[in-house]
Design a protein around this ligand. Structure first.
Ligand code: ADP
Ligand code: MG
Length: 350
C-alpha cells in the first residue's frame, strides 16, 4: 500500500503505535471511549497522545503532531478548532493534511437500518480532493475592501484524486463514478478537474463515468440519493456534499472518514465536527470515532479486532436500539459504550 517509507514505523512487541490527536469539543471524550474499547478487547495499539491547544501562539504543538504522524504512519484525530480570524493562523486541520500530503478523503455513506432518516438504503462512496482546490488558503486583501482568494487546481492533483476514485470503484465492485464540478462557470479550474477524470476513465472502460454540476447534485441527492454510486469531488464541494448526505442518512453522529496519501493515513469522524455545544454532557454519539477506530484497525491489518468491534456496535445501535439523542435514542454516550463492551470479549480477565 505504501510506496516507500519516509520513516521506519514504530513497532515493538507486536504492537502498533498510533498518534492520537483528541482535538477540541467532544474529541477528548470520544477518544476516551476508543481507548476503553481497544483496551477491553485487547487491540494491540499504543497511542501517542498529542494535544493541540488552538489558543496558543506559534505552532509547536502542530509540529510535534506532524513529526509524530510521520514517525508512526497513522493517526486518529478529532477536530481542532480554529479560534481566530487572524490571517497568520491557518486551520491546523488543513495544515496537517497539506503537510502530510493526504490528498484524498474517503467517506463511505452507508445507511444504518432503523436509524431515523430522510432516506434509507443509501450507499454512496465520496472520494474528495483533500488538498488544493478552494482550501489552498491563499487569500489576500489586494486593496482595502477588495479580497482575492485563489483556488488551486493542478493536473497532477486532479488526476490522482480521480485515479483513486476509479481504482476504488474497480476494487470494490462498484459500477459508476460521478464527477462533480461547476465547470460551466469555473471553466479552467473545475474544467481541469473534469478533464482529468475523463482522461483517467479511459483506463477503466468497464466503469461508467458521468458528470454533474454541484448545484444540481445537491437537488438530486435530496430527492433521489440512490442514483449515486462513487462520487469524485473537488475539495469544497466534497465537504458540502458529505454534509448533505450525512444529513440525509442520520446526521453527524454516525460516519467516519479516512484521509490517505502515499505515506500516511488519518482516521477521523466523517463530517469533522468539533461538537463544542454538546461537549461534556454525555450525549455525543460515540460512533463516528468508534468507526474511525475500526478503520484504523483495518488499515493496520487487525481485521479481527475491527470485525468484533463493528459487530458489537451494530448489535448495540441497530439490534438493541441503544442510541444517543441525535439518532432518535434516549441513551447516553456511556450507555452505548458500556453495551459495546458487554458484547466484546474481555481481554483483561485471566
Ligand atoms: P462544526 O464544528 O463543523 O461547525 P459542529 O460541531 O457545530 O460542527 O456540529 C454540527 C452539528 O452536528 C451540531 O448540531 C452538533 O451537535 C452535531 N454533532 C456533531 N458531532 C456529533 C456527535 N458525535 N453526536 C451528536 N451530534 C453531533
Ligand atoms: Mg459549529
Amino acid at each position: 500500500k505504501y510506496k516507500d517509507l519516509e520513516f521506519p514505523r514504530t513497532k515493538y512487541g507486536g504492537r502498533s503505535v498510533v498518534t492520537m490527536l483528541p482535538g477540541g469539543g467532544i474529541g477528548p471524550e470520544l477518544m476516551t471511549y476508543v481507548r476503553e474499547i481497544f483496551s477491553h478487547c485487547g487491540a494491540p495499539i499504543d497511542f501517542e497522545v498529542i494535544d493541540i491547544d488552538p489558543s496558543t501562539e506559534g505552532n509547536e504543538d502542530l509540529e510535534n503532531a506532524i513529526v509524530s504522524i510521520k514517525r508512526n504512519g497513522t493517526a486518529i484525530k478529532g477536530n481542532i478548532e480554529t479560534t481566530s480570524q487572524n490571517l497568520s493562523e491557518i486551520s491546523r486541520n488543513v495544515a496537517i493534511r497539506n503537510e502530510l500530503d493526504l490528498y484524498v478523503n474517503v467517506l463511505h455513506c452507508k445507511s444504518l437500518p432503523g436509524i431515523p432518516a430522510r432516506h434509507q438504503n443509501v450507499d454512496i462512496v465520496l472520494i474528495r480532493q483533500n488538498t488544493y482546490g478552494e482550501y489552498a488558503m491563499m487569500e489576500h486583501e489586494a486593496v482595502r475592501g477588495h479580497v482575492e482568494s485563489l483556488k488551486i487546481m493542478t493536473e497532477e492533483n486532479a488526476e490522482r484524486v480521480a485515479r483513486y476514485a476509479f481504482e476504488y470503484a474497480r476494487q470494490h465492485g462498484r459500477k459508476k463514478v460521478t464527477t462533480i464540478h461547476k465547470a460551466n462557470i469555473m471553466k479552467l479550474s473545475d474544467g481541469l478537474f473534469l478533464e482529468m477524470a475523463k482522461k483517467v476513465h479511459k483506463d477503466y472502460p468497464e466503469l461508467k463515468h458521468e458528470n454533474m454540476i454541484i448545484d444540481n447534485t445537491c437537488m438530486q441527492l435530496v430527492s433521489n440519493p440512490h442514483q449515486f454510486d462513487v462520487m469524485n469531488l473537488p475539495n469544497l464541494y466534497g465537504t458540502i456534499v458529505a454534509n448533505v448526505i450525512c444529513g440525509l442518512i442520520g446526521g453527524a453522529g454516525l460516519l467516519s472518514g479516512r484521509n490517505y496519501g502515499d505515506y500516511y493515513a488519518i482516521f477521523e469522524p466523517g463530517t469533522r465536527n468539533t461538537g463544542t455545544a454538546i461537549a461534556g454532557k454525555n450525549i455525543a454519539n460515540p460512533l463516528p470515532m468508534i468507526n474511525a477506530g475500526i478503520d484504523l484497525l483495518n488499515h493496520l491489518g487487525y481485521k479481527d479486532h475491527a470485525r468484533i468491534i463493528h459487530e458489537a456496535s451494530y448489535k448495540t445501535v441497530v439490534e438493541n436500539g441503544i442510541r444517543t439523542p441525535d439518532v432518535g435514542g434516549s441513551n447516553t454516550s456511556t450507555d452505548v459504550i458500556n453495551s459495546i463492551m458487554d458484547y466484546l470479549p474481555n481481554a483483561n480477565v485471566v
